[in-house]
Write a protein that binds this ligand. Structure first.
Ligand code: IPM
Ligand code: MG
Length: 352
């Protein structure tokens, strides 16, 4: 039995999570395992109900389950709240409280979609790498931080153990993939990056079969759009990972396609990379694939069932090959299917 906490959140969140839950249902019927889903509010939806973006109750539920599935949070309605009440603050809190130190963002181009990228098909075709972004440290959390009328300040700080643990799982992932890790930093300017680099190289001694290279973050941004096929596993800090994973996302054509996993020692949270897209919320137009692929990552990382993850990816690919496209990935002039139509097709392609 697997216990999943579902957090639909705001905007298109509820629609895409509903799609992902249908996939979960079909898989549990097909393979005969039991899944219990418990829904909790988070973000704007929670603020409207309880005056708090993240209640203790939701946090506690996330601590007591096998995996969390999150849709998206935030929207114009809550944008003008003070800094500490913004949905972003709640997102950082949940990451920190659950100890989700590693954020995995795969950038894989589906063959059926090579034409959907803003880059040339021969540049993006065959791209398949994954970003390991450190998620609970660095400048996002460093002290001191603050601003007054004349000055604003944040602190980029990494402790040895924080670098060690993210480096280790990046090397382990590379063992199962292409055997290559690129560590991205700014060691030519930042002392914190020099520590990062030293520690990554120390951890590398335990993985002599893995090829490790270092890259400065500015060069990495350029290399990802120049030749994305050169990468296998990227490991980097919180801020650099935030930026680079958006660049990586665009290579694949649409953020609507990309899943993510945030994992720690004892908890894990899965969510699509895209946001709450308030402009199309409630219209049955959102692409559910990123959330459905996030369920695939859940099977891979939380439930240790990589075969089922492959089954989900296979059903997504089959559906794309049939020509189905939601609006975000439909070429102009081509008609788009709805969220529910896309979901139904993927469920059908999972087979009975
Ligand atoms: C992300 C987002 C978040 C981040 C924001 C919403 C706080 O951009 O998950 O990449 O910066 O980590
Ligand atoms: Mg981001």
């Amino acid at each position: 039995m697997y216990k999943i906490v579902s957090i639909p959140g705001d905007g298109i969140g509820p629609e895409v999570v509903a799609g992902a839950l249908e996939i979960l249902n079909r898989l549990s019927q097909k393979h005969g395992f039991e899944i219990v889903v418990e829904e909790h509010p988070f973000g704007g939806a929670s603020y409207d109900l309880h005056g708090e973006m993240l209640t203790d109750e939701t946090l506690e539920a996330c601590r007591n389950c096998d995996a969390v599935l999150l849709g998206a949070v935030g929207g114009p309605k809550w944008e003008s709240l003070p800094h500490e009440h913004k949905p972003e603050a709640a997102l950082l809190k949940i990451r920190r409280e659950l100890g989700l130190f590693a954020n995995l963002r795969p950038a894989k181009v589906y063959d059926a979609l090579v034409e959907a990228s803003s880059l040339k098909a021969d540049v993006v075709g065959g791209t398949d790498f994954i970003v390991f972004r450190e998620l609970t440290g660095g400048i996002y959390f460093g002290q001191p931080r603050g601003y007054d009328e004349n000055k604003g300040w944040n602190t980029m700080v990494y402790e040895r153990y924080e670098v060690e643990r993210i480096a280790r799982i990046a090397f382990e992932a590379a063992q199962k993939r292409g055997g290559k890790v690129t560590s991205i930093d700014k060691a030519n300017v930042l002392e914190v990056s020099q520590l990062w680099r030293n520690v990554v190289h120390e951890v590398h001694r335990d993985f002599p079969e893995i090829e490790l290279s270092d890259m400065y973050v500015d060069n990495a941004a350029m290399q990802i759009v120049r030749n994305p096929k050169q990468f296998d596993v990227i490991v980097t800090g919180n801020l650099f990972g935030d930026i680079l994973s958006d660049i990586a996302g665009m290579i694949t054509g649409s953020l609507g396609m990309l899943p993510s996993a945030s994992i720690g020692k004892s908890h894990a949270l899965y969510e699509p990379i895209h946001g709450s897209a308030p402009d199309i919320a409630g219209q049955n137009r959102a692409n559910p694939i990123a959330t459905i692929a996030s369920v695939a990552m859940m099977f891979e990382h939380s439930f240790c069932m990589p075969d089922i993850a492959d089954e989900i990816y296979g059903a997504i690919e089959a559906t794309l090959a049939e020509g189905l496209r939601t609006a975000d990935i439909a070429n102009t002039g081509r008609s788009a299917v709805s969220t529910t139509e896309m979901t139904a097709a993927i469920v059908r392609n999972l087979g009975a």
